[in-house]
Design a protein. Structure first.
Length: 146
C-alpha cells in the first residue's frame, strides 16, 4: 500500500529556482508573512479554500500558527506537515502555492479529495488519495466562517 511519503513533490532545487521571482524584492520573512496573511484572509472569507492546498495545508497552517495567528484553530496533522514541507518556510510557501494554483486551474478549489502521483519506484502505482480535512475549519464553515 502506498504512503504519503511515496508521493511526488517538487524538488527543493526547483522551488529554490523560483524563489527570487516570488520574493519580488521582499525578504523571505516578509514574503512568508505577506503570503500567509493573504491565506488567512481568504480562508476567513471562504473557509473551504484551505482545501486547495491539499497535503501542503498542515505545513501552511503550522506556519500560520507560528506567526501568532490562531483564528483558524491550532490542531495540525503534524505527520503530514513534516512530510509536506521544505527546508525553509519561503520554499514551503512556494511549493504549497504551486500545488494550490494547479488545483484552482483544474477547478479543484473546494474539492477535499486529492489524487497524488506516486514515485515510479513505489510498489503501487495508483495515485495516493489524500483527503483535506481540518476539523477546526470544517466545524465552523457552516456557521458563516471562522
Amino acid at each position: 500500500m502506498t504512503t504519503l511519503i511515496e508521493t511526488i513533490m517538487p524538488t527543493e532545487g526547483y522551488v529554490t529556482s523560483l524563489l527570487e521571482e516570488a520574493l519580488n524584492g521582499k525578504s523571505e520573512q516578509e514574503f512568508v508573512a505577506f503570503y500567509l496573511q493573504g491565506v488567512i484572509d481568504r480562508v476567513i472569507r471562504e473557509p473551504r479554500t484551505y482545501r486547495c492546498f491539499g497535503p501542503w495545508w498542515p505545513a501552511i497552517k503550522t506556519l500560520i500558527i507560528a506567526g501568532g495567528c490562531t483564528k483558524l484553530g491550532q490542531i495540525v496533522e503534524s505527520d503530514v506537515a513534516e512530510t509536506y514541507k521544505l527546508s525553509r518556510p519561503a520554499l514551503t510557501v512556494i511549493a504549497a502555492h504551486l500545488y494550490s494554483d494547479e488545483r484552482v486551474d483544474r477547478e479543484g478549489l473546494f474539492n477535499s479529495i486529492h489524487q497524488l502521483v506516486v514515485l515510479p519506484t513505489s510498489d503501487d502505482t495508483e495515485p495516493y488519495i489524500y483527503t483535506s480535512y481540518d476539523e477546526s475549519i470544517e466545524k465552523y464553515k457552516g456557521l458563516g466562517g471562522v
